[in-house]
Design a protein around this ligand. Sequence first.
Ligand code: NAD
Ligand code: SAH
Length: 420
Amino acid sequence: MDTSDIADVSLARDGVKRIEWADRAMPVLRRIRQRFAAERPLAGLRIAACMHVTTETANLIRTLQAGGASVALAASNPLSTQDDTAAALVAEYGAQVFARAGIDREGYYRHIHQALDTRPDLVLDDGCDLVNTLHLERTDLVEGVLGGCEETTTGVIRLHQMAREGALRFPMVAVNDTATKHMFDNRYGTGQSTLDGIIRATNTLLAGKTIVVAGFGYCGRGLAERARGMGARVVITEIDPVKALDAVLQGFTVAPMAEAAEVGDVFITATGNRDVITAEHFAVMKDGAILANSGHFDVEIDVRALADLAVEVHRDVRPQADEYVLADGRRLVLLAEGRLVNLAAAEGHPAAVMDMSFADQALTCAWLAREHQRLTPAVYQVPAEIDMEVARLKLAAMSVRIDTLTPEQQDYLSSWQHGS
Ligand code: NAD
Ligand code: SAH
């Protein structure tokens, strides 16, 4: 408690209530927690995590603790911290937490350093900031790290680049790449929670609007499907011809951003790339256009260019909504300062989706604790058995049963001699 940095410990009771509410929708993680309490696969290990401080993350931390680990948590985004959750983690669940909602950039990195000061054996990252800090500024601690997990697409891309350049100093597991993570979290989670964030921030009616989604990857696809379901016309922008073709065949309009910018009412970026919406696009947007990012950090929408173009900025016209007035009088509304709208303006993905992502995380930590000695500094995939187990447990929790291969079917699928 003394070594934490949180906003207000008196919020702990509210945090506990919300954490327990989320736990109800996380049956797979709950079951793993019970197993961990009996088997203690993480006994004596120190874990430093850089993740969104949400009720769902709190339930992951409780699971790691049940497995015998001590956990220090820093926020993976300056705007996503739920202060009541942070308070509950410190006061009721015995974790160290370094996170305050709305922290500035300097405070954000100070918190990452403070989590690293606990000299972790394992690290959990969401976007590679903690691993990056370890490799660039805390090299004294690198030797002690047995391995770690990465939660998101962009973090995994960065880890591959580090491995390619020979810079990576310990094994990292790409948790994002499991089917039970990205096919559900990135797709259905981002689809729902992003629209939730936009609606909470603006109370806008989506039906009949033109929504431009940049990127038709897992996140973009989820978003496009949900936006269409809400009655919006959806325009996709892409740079990958296969993804663009897929969007066309799913019935979406595909156009370059320069054209989409003229027709969109709401813009959502989900590419993991920078400068997706820039000054040339702001120049042709409609009055009242809403700009939101649900991809990576605050680089997808060129916020600085928007500020340069604006003659006036009205902060907080509603919570998490800033209005930029351009010289010709048009107003563009930027949500959550261009950071992840689903985590800043809403609560991130619902617990039922994070149940699978964090079951993958917990089981991968136990695997790392068991196997680290035979691993080298490289990017590893989560073992397929973990992915399958999480899917099986989730189906069981939903009371959904499926068929099993007969011996004849197994034989048929594994042979090449059977003709038609
Ligand atoms: P992905 O690789 O499946 O999809 C990204 C897509 O963006 C690709 O199809 C790529 O071709 C396209 N793209 C790249 N540059 C582009 C550009 N300039 N214009 C248009 N399209 C472009 O990745 P993903 O899993 O969908 O993740 C996307 C981003 O969202 C990542 O940064 C990831 O870390 C993040 N993410 C956010 C959340 C959230 O909670 N908001 C959840 C999961 C992932
Ligand atoms: N840290 C970077 C990248 C985050 S990408 C940034 O803030 O820009 C978003 C990740 O947040 C996803 O991979 C997803 O798994 C995670 N996430 C979404 N909802 C969450 C929730 N309710 N609790 C914790 N993590 C969540």
